[in-house]
Write a new protein. Structure first.
Length: 429
């Protein structure tokens, strides 16, 4: 197994957690490179559900090293809760199998407060953030006033930087949002305690990974969210605050792009998105409820119901392009088992123009009409099938159509939530 980046090729929630869990068996290192506790990767093992927010999915495999890279917005409280939850379920979590980048930027209570107040102030123009403080943390990073994990390890640095940030944020809270401020003393004491608890996990992950590459170790890079939520290439401004594309793996870890051997894009057999923003192929409400309930389409992090729609090949072709995707993994094929007719979006019509490629203009995306190619459903259960050849004819036809439209081979097909409910197609393990 070469060094592989796994990315979401839609609006997130594509099932990356399961795909990463499967691929992790052949990897030495599993690395999370962006996002924060706003992401949720779900893995089901023998009926037991594991929801991971910051820690890579590879933690469920013995003998692997998991890394939280410098590109992650790190919430110490969420991290420590996740560690304890894993331990309570019998998962080993120590400094030997989990390393946190000393360069990762830290989320503080004022980031979460600012996130919530800003969303409330926007009213009808809200973006629909998870209010976990991710955006404000990245904003501080870009503004060069962020506090990194290595600053937590130094009480003097932490004190100086925290005083400056809290003074600035409290001014905003008071005069812009008419809200109470936050307490320096409380936050300083709280984060000094966090520092002592996370200290054993902290290391220079850039050196660790580059040394591993020299030793020909196999690295699996785990993306969060999805390409259409990428800060540069998504449906801006209804996006996340980090680089959710394959290029983010280099930025968020400190390894060079020539060390990436393969990019795998993960898609659902249909499309979902959470929160606000354009969604050209969104179902009518009755069909949304049917697919939402059958596919358990509720956010792993927030519990919010996901919006559901037909597969959008225009969206995924855009993802193939900007990520240089080599292979596709299709998840939740079984959710479509009882659909008599299935549509695939093959273009957008906006006024007198037909778009065959993804337009960056939000106005076009909001007002366009999807052009559909209709396919007959298979009306048979697929969740026990292990071989592509054993799938119903119309299911094979549907997958072959996706492969042709996207111009990329499909190598993994998921037909259920369990680790073993998987079909390998056209590629060696």
């Amino acid at each position: 197994m070469p060094n592989i980046v796994v990315v979401g090729a839609q609006w997130g929630d594509e099932g990356k957690g399961k795909i990463i869990d499967i691929l992790a068996s052949d990897a030495n290192y599993i690395v999370r490179y962006q996002g924060g506790s706003n992401a949720g990767h779900t893995v089901v093992l023998k009926g037991k559900e594991f929801i991971l927010h910051l820690i890579p999915s590879g933690i469920l495999h013995r003998g692997k090293v998991c890394i939280i890279g410098n590109g992650v917005a790190f919430d110490p409280m969420a991290f420590l809760e996740e560690v304890e939850t894993l331990k309570s379920k019998g998962i080993d979590v120590t400094k030997r199998n989990l390393v946190l980048s000393e360069k990762a930027h830290v989320i503080f209570p004022y980031h979460k407060k600012l996130d919530s107040l800003r969303e409330a102030k926007k009213g009808t123009t809200t973006i629909g953030t998870t209010k976990r403080g991710i955006g404000p943390c990245y904003a501080d990073k870009v503004s060069r006033c962020g506090i990194r994990v290595l600053d937590l390890m130094d009480s003097k640095n932490l004190r100086e930087k925290l005083k400056f940030n809290i003074k600035e944020k409290n001014t905003l809270f008071k005069y812009l949002y008419n809200s109470d401020g936050v307490s320096f003393d409380e936050i300083y004491a709280q984060y000094r305690d966090y520092a002592n608890q996370i200290r054993p996990f902290v290391g220079n992950t850039t050196i660790i990974l580059n040394e591993a590459i020299k030793k020909n170790k196999r690295i699996l890079f785990e993306g969060a969210q999805g390409t259409l939520l990428d800060i540069d290439h998504g449906t801006y401004p209804f996006v996340t605050s980090s680089s959710a594309t394959s290029g983010g793996a280099c930025i968020g870890t400190g390894i060079g792009p020539t060390h990436i051997d393969k990019v795998i894009g993960v898609v659902k057999a249909y499309t979902t998105r959470v929160g606000e923003g354009p969604f050209p192929t969104e179902f009518p409400s009755d069909l949304i409820n049917k697919i939402r309930n059958r596919g358990k389409e509720f956010g792993a992090t927030t519990g919010r119901p996901r919006r559901c729609g037909w597969f959008d090949s225009i969206v995924v072709k855009h993802s193939v392009l900007v990520n240089a995707i080599d292979e596709i993994a299709v998840t939740k094929l079984d959710v479509l088992d009882q659909m008599p007719k299935i549509n695939i979006c093959v273009g957008y019509k906006y006024r007198n123009k037909v778009y065959k490629f993804f337009p960056p203009d939000i106005n076009v995306l909001n007002e366009c009409r999807p052009i559909y190619q209709a396919h007959p459903g298979w009306l048979k259960d697929t969740n026990q099938i292990k071989k592509f050849e054993d799938l119903p004819y119309n299911a094979k036809r549907y997958l072959n159509t996706l492969k042709k439209l996207l111009g990329v081979k499909i190598t993994i097909i998921s037909v259920g939530s369990e680790r073993g409910q998987i079909i390998r197609w056209g590629a060696k393990k």
